[in-house]
Ligand binder design. Structure first.
Ligand code: PGA
Length: 246
């Protein structure tokens, strides 16, 4: 089971340190297949990494630039993230795709950078509400995933994680997806990409985590708001681990 969170544009360095210290102090025993991660904003990666030293908590970044280095004001390279000790880089979140116009091609180039630097890409895919209402959710998600993975070597696929995050289920005021809505999309992703662990994200909460991880082909959860408090994250983690180990 894989359980992690992105803080998006939240938390100062002291807040990050406090969250990581509280989570690491409360981590349950993890099995060989269990992975736990946090993805702070760039400025809090180093303190989060330091607070997570000698614990199983993995630390990631929320974006990377597709070039090695150069005249790209405001951007961060994969080598810079690796230098900070990043384990994971989140790519293609719907907020990046929508607010910052990221294309599948740009995301594919970023995946290449992340893999080359020795980190794990966590790629997000997901349809918007009109696409789901038109009955095209699974086709759309598959096309996003194929557009990225077409550029990844077959032997590198297992180093990637994929998160299905329906856009309509993300953020406050949205509708959480049900296991019945998630199951066919995850089944199709599993058929197409059998070696890639599949996470679900979008309004994961304390009261729905157990049902979500019990959904076939769901290998983990990618949590937003509900994990901004350390105890929320720990509760969701414990619920996920006890559901899958029972
Ligand atoms: P949310 O965010 O859990 O706050 O809906 C999820 C995400 O954007 O990954």
């Amino acid at each position: 089971m894989i359980v992690g969170t992105s803080w998006k544009m939240n938390k100062t360095r002291p807040e990050a340190q406090a969250w990581v210290a509280e989570v690491c102090a409360g981590l349950p025993p993890l099995g060989a297949d269990d992975q736990v991660f946090v993805i702070p904003p760039f400025t809090a990666i180093a303190p989060a990494k330091e607070a997570a030293a000698n614990t199983p908590l993995l630390v990631g970044a929320q974006n990377v630039h597709e070039a090695d280095a150069g005249a790209f004001t405001g951007e961060i390279s994969a080598a810079m993230l690796r230098e900070l000790g990043c384990d994971i880089v989140e790519l293609g979140h719907s907020e990046r795709r929508t607010l910052f116009n990221e294309s599948d091609l740009a995301i594919a180039a970023k995946v290449h950078q992340v893999l080359t630097a020795g980190m794990r890409p966590l790629i997000c895919v997901g349809e918007d509400a009109p696409t789901r209402e038109a009955g095209k959710a699974t086709d759309y998600v598959l096309s996003q995933a194929h557009a990225v993975f077409a550029h990844v070597q077959p032997n590198e696929l297992a180093d990637c994680w994929l998160a299905y995050e329906p856009v309509w289920a993300i953020g406050s005021g949205s509708t959480p997806a049900t296991p019945a809505q998630i199951a066919p999309v995850h089944a199709a992703l599993r058929d197409n990409f059998p070696t890639i662990p599949l996470l679900y994200g979008g309004s994961v909460a304390i009261d729905n985590a157990a049902a979500l991880v019990a959904t076939p082909a769901v290998d983990g959860l990618f949590v937003g708001r509900a994990a901004l408090a350390a105890q929320g994250f720990l509760t969701i983690l414990n619920a996920s681990l006890s559901t899958t180990s029972s």
